[in-house]
Design a protein around this ligand. Structure first.
Ligand SMILES: Nc1ncnc2c1ncn2[C@@H]1O[C@H](COP(=O)(O)OP(=O)(O)O)[C@@H](O)[C@H]1O
Ligand SMILES: [Mg+2]
Length: 272
């Protein structure tokens, strides 16, 4: 893998189920550079969460390879401790422990990683200050707003200074203003700490705040947009892709791509 990559996948496939099988990932080749802030879009069921789970070593692929931080995940023996040291997770429903304060929640992932209660406490306090919650440290999750809870979840994800943070629809449960603020915070942390963020979102407004947008469909990355790249260049790259060529030839290589979507993509390819 390339040295500057934090994540690489090669021909990544994930099939769920024994009888009626679902091909949740269907040959994903992806490279994410260190320090990127990248979003993943796509309809429900297109494989976004599955992709994050494979990158975050929460689940194993059916075939193909994943490298994170230079390590082939198929070769890592102690995935739990690798994950604890390398990856931070943020989920749609923050998953904070309701009986613990904000500070205690941030300390949880440090157990077994940072020795000493005092050191853990200081680190949690620093992180909560960093995310703008200096005055909410001893509050319980139920005493915080949705946006504040997601800020705690972000602080918790950063507890062990991960190289990579994976966020699965972190703004999905928030109103658009709080969602925008959470994304701004991730942008700020990405800039200041150099942490790589991969953010799954349904919201185009959120995706537009990231430098690179991957679009998934039926377990494949069907299109990619880099902010600042003229639309024409993007379209040209789509035309050159396997999917683009097949669509221009009148084929539909994606079994679940509906006829309307197929027609829309064919029109797009024929435009300009
Ligand atoms: N644990 C699982 N068991 C069986 N099927 C699953 C499981 N997780 C996801 N799937 C299926 O895999 C496909 C992709 O799901 P997912 O990655 O959750 O999509 P997204 O996050 O884009 O909504 C869907 O068809 C979904 O039903
Ligand atoms: Mg999902």
């Amino acid at each position: 893998m390339e040295k500057e990559s934090i994540v690489e996948t090669r021909d990544l496939v994930k099939v769920y189920g024994d009888g009626a099988q679902v091909r949740a990932l269907d040959g994903v080749n992806l490279s994410i550079a260190r320090g990127e802030l990248i979003s993943v879009m796509g309809p429900s069921g297109s494989g976004k969460s599955t992709l994050l789970n494979m990158i975050g070593a929460l689940d194993l692929p059916s075939s193909g390879q994943v490298w994170v931080n230079g390590q082939d995940l198929g070769q890592v023996r102690a995935l739990d401790s690798f994950r604890a040291r390398t990856v931070g997770f943020i989920f749609q429903l923050h998953n904070l422990i309701p009986t613990l304060t904000a500070r205690e929640n941030v300390e949880v992932p440090m157990m077994g990683q940072i020795a000493g209660r005092g050191a853990r406490r200081r680190r949690a306090e620093e992180l909560l200050e960093l995310v703008g919650l200096a005055d909410r440290m001893e509050h319980l999750p139920s005493q915080l707003s949705g946006g504040q809870r997601q800020r705690v979840a972000i602080a918790r994800a950063l507890a062990n200074q991960p190289a990579l943070v994976l966020a699965d629809e972190p703004t999905g449960d928030l109103d658009s203003q709080s969602g925008g603020e959470v994304l701004e915070l991730m942008q700020q942390l990405n800039q200041e700490l150099g942490t790589t963020f991969v953010v799954v979102t349904h919201d185009p407004a959120v995706a537009r705040q990231t430098a690179r947008i991957l679009n998934m469909h039926d377990g494949q990355i069907v299109h990619e947009h880099t902010v600042g790249t003229p639309f024409e260049e993007d379209l040209a790259a789509f035309r050159r892709s396997g999917l683009g060529k097949a669509l221009v030839a009148g084929e539909n290589p994606l079994p679940r791509l509906g006829p309307n979507e197929q027609t829309a993509l064919q029109r797009l390819l024929a435009s300009g």
